[in-house]
Design a binder for this molecule. Sequence first.
Ligand code: TXA
Ligand code: MG
Length: 311
Amino acid sequence: MKVLDPATTNAIEQCVVALKRSQLVAIPTETVYGLAALATDKVAIRRIYAVKSRPSSHPLILHIANPADLDYWATNVSRDARDLVDAFWPGPLTIVVNRTDSVCDEITGARDTVAIRCPSHKLTRELLLQLGSAIVAPSANKFGKVSPTRAQHVVDDLGDEIDLILDGGECDVGLESTVIDCTTNPPQLLRAGAVSIEQIKDACNIAVSDASGESRAPGMLDKHYAPNCRVVLVADADEADRRRHELLTQGIRARVLDYSADLEKYAHRLYDSLRKADDDKVDVVIAVLAPSSGLGAAINDRLYKAANSLE
Ligand code: TXA
Ligand code: MG
């Protein structure tokens, strides 16, 4: 595995060549690092599942260079989906739509639908444009673990199991894209993420409903995004301090995680903080829940999954 500095000559070109040779390339996006393979390369896509230890029933997100590419991969696209695309692409929003025959079964786990997003990250866009095709890119971590927001996280998780890592520094948002199922009416929220349902309501006047029944995202397990340390959730900073003292007197290494006053910072720092706690051999992270609106919904969703219990 080689880590590429995008400032070096031909960095993007090297990634393009690698992808065309069926290699796996970790790339920065505005949300988290993704593990990319060419969208038409079944062998490389199968290797993504193997490297991540991900069950094949958990479908991948197709990443496209331009919003206009949507119609090559998707059909019967609803008015709501078009409005979401116009408002939020390129950007951290993924739509689930009906797929065309151009999408291979390996991407979707043989579903009729496909998840698509058009990322806004400068390097990802450049890569996609030079590649002249789409990629699939799940988060570049082992299945069930916290997503990577820096190149070093990818090295730590996947290391020599992949071919190249394009080091784009820290990811801007730090949380995954919002996933909206646009095959239902109204559209359903499958994964809270970087774009909030309030933003969607404001921009498109779409009242996204909660996921239910069939369309609940495959792979949305209750315990996901988990660090090794225990995560305990509390309502405010005072309670966090109290808990920390309690634990410290029992000889338990505890650390408080609280950026609840600045949600963008909370999103940006969340995964890195959980990874750092593991590196520092912290036993318990006491995380203060965010206010539940806006970006706070996605932050709390990840915190609940990391804790898998509410205390
Ligand atoms: O921000 C992101 O979306 C990142 C970056 C790298 O782009 N990618 C990412 O991919 O988070 P991944 O594979 O870790 O998560 C994809 C999510 C899964 O929860 C999966 O269940 C859902 O999207 N998904 C994919 N295809 C779907 C489909 N056809 N129907 C319903 N859910 C789908
Ligand atoms: Mg993931």
